[in-house]
Design a protein around this ligand. Structure first.
Ligand code: 5AD
Length: 459
């Protein structure tokens, strides 16, 4: 049977989609190639959120065309995911050597389309239609499913896994392409999600991250509020009941969905980890309004305060865009002051990138690139300074980690994450994989901690 190599760009949702496509293809008898050089099918699962991500995938495909078409003309080349969805046929017009373009609601059709192309029943396939019920199709996992297995089904058991709970977004932030690439919000049912989580736990998974473009809007239309609890909190309660599961995380929420029911859930649900990725985007109310974010700076700070009241050790990270159209120096200084006020554990800082079809792309007062670059550097410096301090404060603390596998920075060592989502590297071995381990933090590096097993009673 042919072998497939999938390269993934972008967010965790994309990683999860690639994993589900790989699992689907393995179930059909395809094998997973260890590298693109030996693959019969090469698929790029793409990201559209910033122009740079699109350019990366386009350049990669151009290189693949140049490399394969001379020596291996029968290799099937395809684009999957967000850029495939937003550009469709245009990708084949631009790169006529591309055989396959599959949108975000058609991942589950990848196997059938590849069969057709490989059997030469079809010459090209572009499938980017909407499909009702597609949110429930991302449920296959490789037999050793989970994050960081690079699609290699022979890799050892994974302690952590992603579960997709919803697709799409109805928020229409003015900078964001997601509603156009991922479509309207659609949620899976609670029993369907719980069954998938149970199955993963039965295979040894200890930590599950619930995924969606805006998870706090989970089940709004389909399930609704019950006993004062949002559908998302109802889902968290149901997943918290799963025996054998140790930890629950989720990403990405929207600050406006952080009601008191969700804040309280951190106090009530033992498995829900003390960590939140809360994208704030800007510290200026004027810019937040132009972005159509649906909250003010004060409301955001209020949520953070409430979360820290319930769980003082809460790890809080964020996303920030610099150089949104109309952002003045005083607006940007509001962002700096918010970062100083909240003291995020980490923040991902993005340079504003105009996206097609989004309102912000045609707003007046686009910020010049040099100004964006300069603000980006200033904000990153501040984020790093605060992050350094936050990580340093962990020294001497005793923390619990879930061991995920060899360290990405130093494969001689092992690593895991604290409940507050900080990576800890330690002298470990394969036997630690999947274990919950108590460590004492001995050193703090750049957004990484180093620890030693804590021996009770000796410190
Ligand atoms: N330009 C720059 N950053 C963007 N993001 C989303 N759209 C854009 C854009 N047009 C950032 C946001 C979001 C993260 C995933 O990507 O900060 O939270």
């Amino acid at each position: 049977m042919p072998s497939v190599f999938i390269k993934t760009y972008g967010c965790q949702m994309n990683e999860r989609d690639s994993e589900a496509v790989a699992a689907q293809l393995v179930a059909k008898g395809y094998s997973l190639a260890s590298s693109e050089r030996v693959a019969d099918v090469i698929l790029l699962n793409t990201c559209s959120v910033r122009d740079m991500a699109e350019q990366k995938a386009l350049n990669k495909m151009q290189n693949l065309v140049a490399e394969t078409r001379r020596t291996r003309p029968n290799v099937v080349l395809g684009f999957l995911g967000c850029m495939a969805q937003s550009r469709g046929q245009e990708l084949i017009d631009k790169l006529p050597d591309v055989d396959l373009v599959i949108g975000t609601q058609k991942f589950h059709r990848t196997g059938d389309h590849l069969d057709d192309l490989l059997a030469r029943r079809r010459d090209k396939v572009v499938d980017i239609a909407e499909e009702q019920g597609s949110e429930a199709t991302i449920k296959e996992h490789l037999s050793y499913g989970g994050r960081r297995n690079n699609g290699d089904h022979r890799s050892p058991l994974q302690a952590t896994a992603f579960v997709s709970i919803m697709q799409g977004c109805n928020q229409y932030c003015t900078f964001c392409i997601v509603p156009y690439t991922r479509g309207a919000e659609r949620s899976r049912t609670i029993p369907d999600i719980v069954a998938e989580c149970r199955e993963l736990v039965s295979r040894g998974v200890k930590e599950i991250t619930l995924l969606g473009q805006i998870v706090t809007s989970y089940g709004k239309r389909e399930i609704g509020v019950r006993d004062g609890k949002s559908a998302f909190v109802q889902l968290l309660e149901a997943v918290n009941e799963i025996e054998g599961l140790e930890r629950i995380r989720f990403t990405s929420p929207h600050p406006k969905g952080y009601g008191d029911d969700l804040v309280d859930a951190y106090g009530r649900l033992a498995k829900l980890c003390e960590s939140a990725h809360l994208p704030v985007q800007s510290g200026s109310n004027r810019i937040l309004k132009l972005m159509h974010r649906g909250y003010t700076r004060e409301r955001f700070v209020g949520i953070v305060e409430k979360l820290r009241r319930v769980k003082p050790e809460m790890g809080i990270t964020t996303d920030i865009i610099v150089g949104f159209p109309g952002e003045t120096e005083p607006d940007f200084e509001e962002t700096l002051s918010l970062v100083r006020e909240v003291k995020f554990d980490n923040a991902f800082v993005f340079k504003y990138s105009p996206r097609r079809d989004t309102p912000a792309a045609t707003m007046p007062e686009q910020v010049p690139l040099e100004v964006i670059e300069e603000r980006h550097t200033r904000l990153l410096d501040l984020v790093n300074e605060i992050g350094k301090d936050k990580y340093r404060r962990q020294m001497g603390q005793r923390v619990q980690i879930l061991v995920e596998g060899p360290s990405r920075k130093n494969p001689e060592r092992f690593e895991g994450r604290t409940r507050s989502n900080k990576i800890v590297v330690f002298e470990g071995s394969e036997r630690h994989r999947g274990q919950l381990l108590d460590l004492k933090i001995t050193r703090a590096g750049s957004f990484t901690l180093y620890g030693d097993p804590a021996i009770l009673g000796l410190d």
